[in-house]
Write a protein that binds this ligand. Structure first.
Ligand code: MRU
Length: 345
């Protein structure tokens, strides 16, 4: 099993996801500023994984604060929280995890040393809970998948796997559970321009476990569906509004439209920490815009002539009415029924 974020020897070990699949490198993070940088540069990425990483980043920041005075400590911790919050805007798990860490700090009555210890324990708890949550999502997803054919071909987008979580994955957790139960024939992985998380990371995870995987470019999905090659689509999410509108990697929305046109079920698999119940619908979800270099350059090669403009939104929002079900750790729910999922907690 792959664990992208591990607390080890008083620091955080991150698998460097910018180097996969060609190089497996582990980066040791000792300082909150380095954790913020690792999240911004996508050494660690994927909504639940950046939540876990930010939680440890909060502890690293707390460790650096040299005061025994509670109010001063809390004020300085707020600065660490703001630094980590400024890294990536869309995945709500980041803000959720930082909020949980700040709550621990405020609610721990005791010395600053005791608050620091409580912060480490909360970060480890967030890490362990996410792993369990993903395994539950995998099992609920397996139950929600179409009953025929016996062995399904599942299309996924981006990487919502072990690398994007504490381990196991959300969309790829469903794939893993289906594979273990003999219900999976093959995964189709969209390559996922511009950062190619599908081609580089989803494939890497599948190859590790012997799961058959076929890569297609993003513009091939409709054709594959028309040819009867796809039985279900399962994707992850970065932030889901209370009405079930779901933000995920750019290209997910068009995938949902073509799935609907071909009568193919479209599932979103995500933990409840990805649901932002404060947002009534998806239009309120902040969409990250990234550097144009992600579009115009591959390696050393520049693809476009000078004088061209670029627009590089990293996520899009799939309207709830295109989603068959949202698979959470508490079961699969209709997008409009997310409050029921929360009540099961
Ligand atoms: O920009 P990324 O690679 O962080 O985007 C990741 C995704 O869009 C994933 O699908 C999402 O975070 C779900 S991860 C379980």
């Amino acid at each position: 099993m792959v664990y992208p974020v591990i607390w080890h020897n008083n620091s955080v070990s991150l698998i460097d996801q910018t180097r996969l699949p060609n190089e497996y490198t582990v980066v040791e993070i000792h300082r909150s500023e380095d954790m913020a940088q690792a999240i911004t540069t996508m050494i660690v990425r994927g909504a639940p994984a950046i939540g876990v990483a930010a939680a440890y980043g909060m502890y690293l920041g707390a460790r650096e604060i040299e005061t025994s005075e509670r109010q001063e400590f809390l004020a300085k911790l707020e600065i660490v929280a703001n630094l980590l919050r400024s890294t990536r805007p869309t995945a709500v798990n980041l803000f959720w995890a930082i909020g949980r860490m700040m709550q621990t700090a405020y609610e721990t009555l005791g010395t600053v040393a005791e608050i620091k210890q409580a912060l480490l324990e909360t970060a480890q708890k967030i890490n362990a809970e996410d792993l369990q949550t993903c395994q539950a999502i995998g099992d609920h997803g397996l139950a929600a998948l179409p009953k025929t054919p016996d062995r399904l071909i599942i299309l996924t987008h981006c990487n919502a796997g072990a690398l994007a979580t504490a381990g196991y994955g959300t969309a790829l957790g469903v794939v893993r559970s289906a594979w273990k139960e003999g219900r999976l024939a093959r995964v189709y992985a969209d390559e996922t321009r511009p950062r190619l998380q599908g081609a580089k990371l989803t494939t890497w995870e599948c190859v590790q476990e012997g799961i058959p995987v076929t890569v297609i470019t993003d513009n091939m999905a409709a054709h594959c569906m028309k040819q009867g090659l796809i039985d279900a689509v399962v994707v992850g999410a970065d932030r889901i509004a209370a009405n079930g509108d779901a933000a995920n990697k750019i290209g997910t929305y068009s995938l949902a439209i073509v799935a609907k046109a071909h009568n193919i079920p479209f599932f979103v698999a995500a933990p409840l920490s990805t649901v932002d119940f404060e947002l009534t619908d998806g239009s309120q979800i902040p969409i990250e815009e990234r550097h144009p270099g992600e579009i115009y350059q591959i390696g050393e090669t520049i693809l476009t002539p000078p004088g061209v403009e670029f627009y590089n939104p990293a996520f899009d929002v799939t309207p709830a009415d295109l989603i068959t079900a949202i698979i959470t750790e508490n079961g699969a729910f209709l997008p409009g029924d997310l409050l029921k999922a929360k009540k099961v907690l």
